[in-house]
Design a protein around this ligand. Structure first.
Ligand code: ZN
Length: 300
């Protein structure tokens, strides 16, 4: 089953929800960044959260989630766009910790329990909308829920989970975000919270083969759920050779001459996806010549 997410409403549109399965997306991220088990879970939960928060974005809009904790993984960055494409990285992808006493991956310990969660929504306006909230546990789901409640004033239930096998392969990954909309009564909000406690772990649901629709049904059963739009989710980066050339051109001809002299080529690795771009000597020479004559790069 390819990864996708589904949006829905319940309780007469007083509740909105989105559920997703992201197993392939997170496995892709793990392989690209050569990640440890716990780092895979931390980045995987963040990528899944970005996809959930980004559900409903329109063309050219994007969302960036940054988890800046004081743990050994360092900063985590996850981005999502309107097409369900997510990309992201962790500063220290190989950082790891022993399992907790409950034999769980210690995501909270790896991320750190002190720090800040930042959410930036670029909605195509002059300035992006930015909000932040202190981390609660470093486990990501709780932190995102606390952010939504504090910064965006939306009572929310967020569940995220990544199950990693002994050989580091991602066995299951997914997430759920249920939100009470303005007008929802206190009883509806209380009911949501009670349901959140009864909900089986997302990893268990995904590992049992549940689809996003089934996850939504499990979360909203009895609340008259209505299924909405389905959209694919995948790890996809926006980097390209052209963007790398533009970035290099931004350094200016003198800097590029120096690079050519020292390295004989230019090598750029995309932080978001790990793709490597090499411009060899003739390509770099053409780029510099293009800049010297004031035109656009003459290569590619
Ligand atoms: Zn990239």
């Amino acid at each position: 089953m390819r990864d996708y997410m589904i949006r829905g409403t319940a309780a007469g549109e007083r509740i909105r929800a989105v559920a997703t399965v992201t197993t392939e997306t997170v496995e892709d991220a793990r392989i690209r960044h050569t990640m440890s088990a716990t780092a895979t879970a931390a980045l995987g939960r963040s990528l899944t959260a970005a996809a959930l928060l980004g559900a409903g974005l329109k063309a050219d809009q994007s969302l960036m989630l940054r988890v800046l904790g004081d743990g050994p993984i360092g900063a985590i960055v996850a981005q999502a766009d309107a097409k369900g494409h997510v990309r992201g990285y962790a500063m220290n992808p190989r950082a790891d910790l022993p399992e907790t006493a409950q034999r769980k991956l210690d995501v909270g310990g790896l991320v750190g329990r002190q720090g800040t969660l930042h959410v930036t929504r670029d909605l195509g306006m002059r300035t992006p909308y930015h909000g932040s909230a202190p981390l609660v546990s470093g486990e990501i789901a709780e932190d995102v829920a606390a952010y939504l409640a504090a910064s965006e004033q939306i009572p929310s239930v967020v569940a995220l989970g990544v199950l990693v096998d002994r050989d580091l392969h991602v066995l299951a990954s997914g997430g759920l975000c249920v939100q009470a909309l303005p007008g929802a009564s206190a009883e509806v909000v209380a009911d949501l919270e009670a349901r959140a406690h009864r909900l089986p772990p997302i990893t268990q649901l995904v590992a049992d083969g549940c689809s996003p629709e089934e996850i939504l049904t499990t979360a909203l059963g009895g609340m008259d759920p209505f299924f909405g739009t389905v959209s694919p989710v995948a790890f996809r980066c926006r980097c390209s050779r052209r963007r790398v050339e533009e970035m290099l051109c931004g350094l200016g001809p003198d800097e590029l001459e120096a690079l050519l002299e020292q390295e004989g080529q230019a090598e750029v690795t995309c932080r978001f996806c790990g793709d490597r771009y090499v411009l060899d000597r003739p390509e770099l020479v053409a780029l510099i010549a293009g800049l010297r004559t004031g035109g656009r790069p003459g290569v590619m």
